[in-house]
Structure formats: structure tokens, C-alpha cells
Design a protein. Sequence first.
Length: 123
Amino acid sequence: MYSLPQEIEVWYIIPAIRREFARILTKKYNLTLDKTGMILGVSKAAISQYLNKKRATALRIPASIKKEMEKSAAVMVKNENLAVREIIRIMNLMKKGKCGCSVCKKYNKGILKQCQGKPVEGE
């Protein structure tokens, strides 16, 4: 059994992005859990779980992407309507950086060759 790249995004990458934004928005900008949840499109309880490391712990975000997330958080605080645009921007950066590959290596043994466009042995 394996997961498609889109499933990796939904189950691991998007939650990791939300987790990091929750940390930035609550710690750096002192936003409430409610306000942070409203910006990120999740509940107050989800924000609490992100902050207490009970959710989205399987993927580490590289420092270079965290720097970009700091910039995005500043945009979100100024204009909440741009949150989706900024989350998509970060998702694209993570995709380019192949951040989901670490999850694939763990859960999709043998699939990485196909994902990277390399033929599987015997084909």
C-alpha cells in the first residue's frame, strides 16, 4: 500500500505548515488561538494541538522555508484575506524543495523511484 503525493500533502505537509504558522502567529504576533484558527481555517482546538505537539509532528520544515513563513505570517497579520495565497506559496516552496520526500521514504517504500520520474527496475 502507498500514498499518492496529494495524500502526503493533505496528511503531512499542510498540517506541518499550519503547525508552524500557528507557532509564529501566537508567539511572535501574540494572536489568540481563536484568531489564529480563523486565519488558518481551523478550530481553536486544532491550534492548541499544533502548539502542544499533539498534531502534525511527522514532518520537519527546513529553516529556509521557516524564513519564508515568517514573511508570510507578516502578510497574514496585515491582511487575513491573503492567508490562503500565502499558504499555497509555502506549499509550492515545499514541493520544489521536495520536503514530502522524507515522509515518502518512511511510508512509501519503493515508490520514490516512480515519484522522481525514474523507471522502476524491470520496466
